[in-house]
Ligand binder design. Structure first.
Ligand code: TRP
Ligand code: ZN
Length: 860
């Protein structure tokens, strides 16, 4: 990094704000090119202040006027830079004063989708993490909390902000949010929207108006989200004792959005992809995501909004906890086993991947250049796993007690991870000093197992090691809760689940009173986010796959056999063992098991998982070979289980009206898994018939994917004819064509789709469909030996960086695994990373990402 490059912010440098805020009034005169924002802010001196200077953040603002206590400020009374405005202490003698300012901004020119911007003719905002400073001058930091009053002047029919509506006169609407909040939770929406409305009565009897605001015509696609919202509100009352605290809860669907959704107080803003759904246009997976994201944002009202973060290093305080809560909710709504497996699949695919590469960072990072780059799988998903471990260690009652204390002690505050852990220590009398390493130490611990049996005693020994990560060469042992049970050779459980607490680098545990060598079922429920290094015999794993009482480990047994089979095929062409194929087929045909679970057992590890598995066993992964090998194994499974799969395909039909419930979705998942597997065995007519007869998007899309892989040239055209008017379905059309293109054609398919008139690269969903379709959904195509995929990605992220740095930086993480590949590929990727890093005028977001990824190549 050049010394004049972006500034690095350190956790250790935190200082409290000099001034706190008693109240904020904002007036917006909306105009696409020239919006005027007037602020009146009542500041009071912070007793904990270091000095009396007033530091306000502000970016891309035209300052029209500023005054203190009614006296205009002259230009020599403050200092202004591109990013800040400071009023020195000597101008601020009193312990309180009122700041007034008028600024002008241009929402129509805001392509970064941060601050106040326009999407499809409506005004909307995105302030987390540091977008409010693009709206007006303000101490834009989460430890400054204030009640807001907002007036919006606009001819738009619907004018929304946080809190409760106060009044509406002609063009002017006033909103008041009584709950003190940080600026990142501010929101404003103005547009020609219609509401799908309902209401909810809280446990205390408060009647809350619920509205989902959408474009005219989309009202019917909001029913599912509304039901999910009401289920989430009920669940949070029942499970956490948390009630909603305003008269109205508004959700708005927006087409142009950088992420999934945003928890602004009383006014959640959603990527329309996570709100709008009908059976014809949304898949079962979409419904599942909608339910969990609606819940996630709603749950933030307590974990994030009422109790917020002191600074952005504490991001996991709200995100880890809120993800944990939404996962608990989804497990309750949709089934514990399958949800847990799904979450672990995503954790491994995203977070283990991150932890294994140059972007690895602790759940609570210690420094950053651009905080947007740390809305990561580690902060969110590993952050949630850490809370799951805490709960396992202190027990359900201890967890409930700690959470009650947390809400009681810190309501209305901006808290830290230290506060969070202290609450657990106080509530449960435990020392969490060592446990805290889960927050401060990066990397995925690897747990090596060795065991023995003698006399009546089973001895199991664990060794934990964690590889160095950027900035952390040496790792200290962590507290690892290992849930374990023992089975006998008939598959009967002889020792029910117990949680072993591993605290040392190497530690042994004993089980007495056994009559024979048991088969251990280790890390039940995935009790800790670690890599389990244990290769039991085929017979032991087959036994677990057939009999384990823990459904997670039952699935895991099959998965580890699949992984090992694939690695064997890659390393030295070892053909898949018949007994393995037979075992999968037996599970698939076992009607006593949940169809969704069976679908998961039949699904092979993703190509990226296989690549990571290859690295773990000392191989250099070749993505093209991995693609072919996975296909070959898939075919071998189908050949071994043909009759079962055909039977399942017919038996799992869900005739009648579509229902998005988990049971029906599970049947469709199993049926569509069978469809895919059967494709190389003459499955084309079946896929064709399913495509033609499909009445829901789940079945249509599954058949579409199968047909695309056969090289069917006409199906994309037919899909287009049917759906070209629906943006969200068109995102799928773009994505699937890239994802299911043969590897050698993938880059050219992606490139020609970027030339399609409907390719709107400034829309993050569309950009992700095509560019992400290649990098994430077609790894063999992305890693084409020519390097064309790397150049293609780089061209596009450099172009996007000028318009939308946040999404450009996010997409660049497709390169985070680069050091796992062969020298040729590494060389080509390094060239692209250097090309990025050397680009003039790069955003802080992308420059930090490229810098971090390039560093990995130096230490090797
Ligand atoms: N806090 C949001 C959530 O997890 C996510 C978020 C952070 C976000 N920054 C954003 C969403 C920027 C959209 C744009 O729920
Ligand atoms: Zn969140």
């Amino acid at each position: 990094m050049p010394s004049d490059g972006p500034q690095t912010i350190h956790l250790a440098d935190y200082t409290p704000p000099n001034w706190l805020i008693e109240s904020v009034e904002l007036d917006f005169a909306l105009d696409p090119k020239a919006t005027r924002v007037t602020s009146r802010i009542r500041f009071t001196r912070n007793p904990a202040a270091r000095d009396g200077d007033l530091h306000l953040d502000g970016e891309q603002l035209t300052l029209l006027s500023a005054a203190i206590d009614g006296t205009p400020l002259s230009e020599n009374e403050y200092q202004k830079t591109d990013t800040a405005l400071t009023v020195p202490a000597q101008r601020l003698r009193d312990d309180a004063f009122t700041w007034e300012a008028e600024v002008q901004i241009a929402p129509a020119e805001n392509t970064a989708l941060e601050g106040l911007y326009m999407s499809g003719g409506m005004f909307c905002t995105q302030c987390e993490a540091e977008g409010f400073r693009k709206i007006t001058y303000y101490p834009d930091r989460p430890d400054v909390m204030a009640p807001f009053t907002v007036r919006i002047d606009s001819p738009m029919p619907v004018l929304l902000s946080n809190g409760n509506p106060v009044e509406r006169h002609g063009h002017i609407a006033e909103w008041h949010d009584p709950w003190p909040k940080p600026s990142y939770l501010f929101a404003l929406v103005a547009g020609d929207l219609v509401a799908y409305s309902d209401h909810f009565v809280t446990r205390a009897g408060r009647n809350v108006a619920l509205n989902i605001w959408v474009r005219r015509g989309d009202e019917d696609k909001s029913h599912y989200a509304m039901g999910a919202l009401k289920r989430a509100m009920t669940w949070d009352e029942q499970v956490y004792g948390r009630e909603y605290d305003l008269d109205v809860f508004n959700i708005v669907a927006v087409d142009d959005f950088n992420m999934g959704a945003m928890e602004n107080k009383g006014l959640n803003v959603f990527n329309s992809k996570y709100v709008l759904a009908s059976p014809e246009t949304a898949t079962d997976r979409d419904f599942e995501f909608i339910e969990s994201i609606i819940a996630h944002e709603y749950f933030h009202n307590w974990t994030g909004n009422r109790i917020t973060c002191r600074d952005w290093f504490q991001l996991c305080l709200k995100e880890g906890l809120t993800v944990f809560r939404d996962q608990q909710f989804s497990e309750d709504m949709r089934g514990h086993a399958v949800q847990r497996i799904d979450n672990v699949l995503m954790l491994r695919a995203q977070q283990f991947r991150e932890d294994a590469g140059p972007l690895a960072h602790p759940v609570r990072p210690e420094s950053y250049q651009e905080i947007n780059n740390f809305y990561s799988a580690t902060v969110y998903k590993k952050g949630a796993e850490v809370i799951g471990m805490l709960k396992r260690l202190v027990g359900d009652a201890g967890y409930a007690k700690a959470l009650d204390l947390y809400f009681c002690r810190h309501d209305g505050e901006a808290a830290t991870i230290e506060d969070w852990l202290t609450v657990f220590e106080d509530a449960t009398d435990r020392d969490l000093g060592q446990f805290k390493r889960w927050y401060t130490q990066a990397g995925t611990p690897r747990l090596t197992v060795s065991d023995s049996f003698s006399g009546d005693t089973y001895r199991i020994e664990f060794t934990q090691t964690t590889k160095p990560t950027p900035g952390q060469p040496d790792k200290a042992p962590q507290v690892i809760p290992v849930a374990i049970g023992l089975l006998d050779e008939t598959g009967a459980e002889v020792e029910p689940t117990r949680v072993l607490e591993l605290t040392e680098e190497r530690q042994a545990f004993h089980f007495h009173g056994l009559t024979a060598r048991p088969v251990p079922s280790i890390l039940r429920g995935f009790s800790a986010p670690v890599i389990l290094d244990h290769s039991p015999s085929f017979a032991d794993r087959a036994l677990l796959l057939a009999h384990d009482t823990d459904p997670f480990n039952m699935w895991e047994a099959g998965r580890s056999l699949s992984r090992e089979t694939l690695i064997g095929m890659l390393a030295d062409d070892t053909p898949p063992a018949t007994a393995y194929l037979q075992a999968l087929s037996t599970v698939a045909g076992n009607d006593t098991l949940d169809p969704a679970f069976r679908a998961l057992v039949l699904s092979l590890p993703s190509e990226d998982d296989i690549a990571q598995g290859a690295v773990d066993t000392g191989l250099v992964p070749d993505p093209v070979q991995i693609h072919a090998t996975r296909k070959a194994l898939s075919k071998a499974i189908a050949e071994a289980a043909t009759d079962t799969l055909i039977t399942l395909y017919d038996a799992m039909e869900t005739p009648g009206t579509y229902s998005s419930d988990a049971t029906s979705a599970g049947k469709r998942a199993l049926r569509n898994t069978a469809l895919r597997l059967l494709m190389p065995l003459g499955g084309q007519p079946r896929a064709q018939a399913q495509y033609d007869g499909a009445t829901n998007m789940t079945d249509q899309l599954a058949a579409f994917a199968c047909l695309l892989e056969t090289g069917d040239d006409s199906v994309a055209g037919r899909f287009y004819q049917q759906w070209h008017d629906d943006r969200l379905v068109m995102d799928k059309w773009f994505m699937l064509q890239v994802a299911h293109a043969a590897p050698e054609r993938a880059v050219s398919v992606a490139r020609s789709l970027t030339e399609h008139p409907y390719f709107d690269w400034k829309n993050p969903n569309r950009f992700r469909s095509v560019i992400g379709g290649l990098t994430m959904a077609n790894p063999a195509g992305f890693h084409d030996p020519s390097g064309a995929g790397y150049a293609f990605l780089t061209d596009w992220i450099l172009r996007l960086d000028k318009a939308n740095p946040q999404t450009a930086a996010r997409m660049s993480s497709a390169f985070e695994t680069w050091t796992r590949y062969d020298a040729d590929r590494q060389g080509m990727i390094r060239d692209q990373l250097e090309r990025i890093a050397g680009t003039e005028g790069l955003s802080r977001d992308l420059s930090e990402m490229a810098g971090r990824m390039l560093k990995a190549g130096q230490s090797d």
